[in-house]
Design a protein around this ligand. Structure first.
Ligand SMILES: Nc1ncnc2c1ncn2[C@@H]1O[C@H](COP(=O)(O)OP(=O)(O)OP(=O)(O)O)[C@@H](O)[C@H]1O
Ligand SMILES: [Mg+2]
Length: 372
């Protein structure tokens, strides 16, 4: 049974360059994530990886295309449906420290889950539940509970966030660069934890720059370039016999993977039918992060207060969850009272640029795109 399915998902953002226009952050991306499956999502900075994660978490709306969860379009959820969705689909993001508010004890991340999902659970049962979740991520309650974020290591912080997801009935975990900021030994711990969770049936979208980590942990691999899939299939086949030039180039850079990508970009993608080039992709690593909460695009989510709080919970990479919850509420107000839909106006103009390269089956379980 399919857990999560992206069907021709595209996302346009207003370009950050002065020339204006639109950035096609995603171009008709389609793939499925099954229960117990780990998919690595790999691509250079700006290729659209985080945008996919945010769309799956309904923090960003696709410009076109759809995401379904067990056959139901996630855009169609009622507030209650959305809350249930977040019970099963959770995200953990790159910088663990930024997911905590430094002035509160780390336990607060659990309290927030309780206030949305477990109001009727009494203190004793709640403590038992937390201990169970901490045990699953090999944390000792005495080492972490009651502490402030700066008193925990990066690995402890990251595992605590995974434990928070496990408090819920999580079926799908979006793990966006979750180990890139950890030291080598902690990385192995967190990776092994993911493998253990996978064995228990959790589906994981493992977003990474690091091909060797992707190879270690995943069943299938999706290679993204300029917002489009260029190669996709069984990890062993892609790593063993890469076909697309871009995949080959990424693999040839493996010895230098500890560095940020620094190669020359493969060339711009036209952003409009009249041939104007879009910017904002590039391999420079700029501008790709931190857009979602305060960015120029207004994404509408029709949800009630609980769902808004659940949305805030789902977005674990923000310094202050309360601030983010406020932003979500404001965003919902704009949705109700008529806000900007910046993207919609330019949709037809960029139809050509959105067309991704065609994928062909190179061998069973291995798709490769035509050169662009
Ligand atoms: N809110 C936003 N407003 C405008 N442009 C955005 C916004 N969010 C992302 N983008 C642009 O969309 C493209 C894809 O960004 P995304 O963050 O998904 O890339 P990424 O693959 O996760 O990169 P990184 O590896 O650096 O995290 C980039 O060109 C980025 O600048
Ligand atoms: Mg990213």
């Amino acid at each position: 049974m399919t857990t999560v399915k992206l069907d021709k998902v595209s996302k346009l953002y207003p370009a950050t360059s002065r020339a204006g226009g639109l950035t096609p952050a995603l171009r008709k991306v389609s793939f499925e994530l099954a229960p117990g499956e780990v998919i690595s999502l790999i691509g250079e900075s700006g290729s659209g990886k985080t945008t996919i994660g945010k769309i799956l978490l309904r923090l960003v709306q696709p410009t076109s295309g759809s995401v379904s969860f067990d056959g139901k379009n996630i855009a169609s959820y009622s507030p209650r449906g959305l809350r249930e969705y977040y019970r099963q689909v959770q995200g953990v993001f790159q910088d663990p420290f930024s997911s905590y508010n430094p002035i509160y004890r780390v336990d607060r991340v659990f309290d927030m889950v309780r206030s949305v999902y477990f109001r009727s659970v009494d203190d004793r049962d709640w403590s038992a539940k937390i201990e169970q979740a901490l045990d699953a991520v090999s944390l000792n309650p005495g080492d972490v509970l009651g502490k402030y974020p700066h008193q925990l290591s990066g690995g402890q912080q990251q595992r605590l966030l995974i434990a928070r997801a496990l408090l819920l009935d999580v079926k799908v975990l979006i793990a966006d660069e979750i180990i890139s900021m950890l030291d080598a030994s902690t990385r192995v711990d967190v990776l092994n934890l993911l493998v253990k969770l996978k064995r228990q049936g959790l589906a994981i979208l493992f977003i990474t720059h690091d091909l060797s980590l992707g190879n270690y942990v995943s069943d299938r691999t999706v290679i993204l370039r300029h917002g489009a899939i260029v190669e996709m299939g069984d990890t062993a086949k892609i790593f063993g016999n890469p076909q697309h030039d871009y995949t080959k180039m990424l693999l040839s850079a493996v010895p230098e993977l500890r560095k940020k990508w620094q190669h020359t970009p493969l060339g711009p993608v036209a952003a409009s039918a009249n041939g104007q080039a879009a910017n904002g992709h590039g391999a420079t690593g700029h501008g790709a992060k931190g857009h979602a909460a305060g960015g120029a695009v207004v994404d509408t989510v029709e949800a009630g207060a609980d769902a808004a709080a659940a949305t805030a919970l789902a977005h674990a990479s923000l310094l202050d969850e309360l601030t983010h919850a406020e932003q979500v509420v404001k965003r919902d107000f704009r949705a109700v009272f008529g806000g900007t839909r910046a993207v919609a106006s330019g949709r037809s103009q960029v139809a050509v640029a959105l067309e991704p390269p065609v994928l062909h089956e190179f061998e069973p379980g291995h798709l490769v795109a035509e050169p662009e």
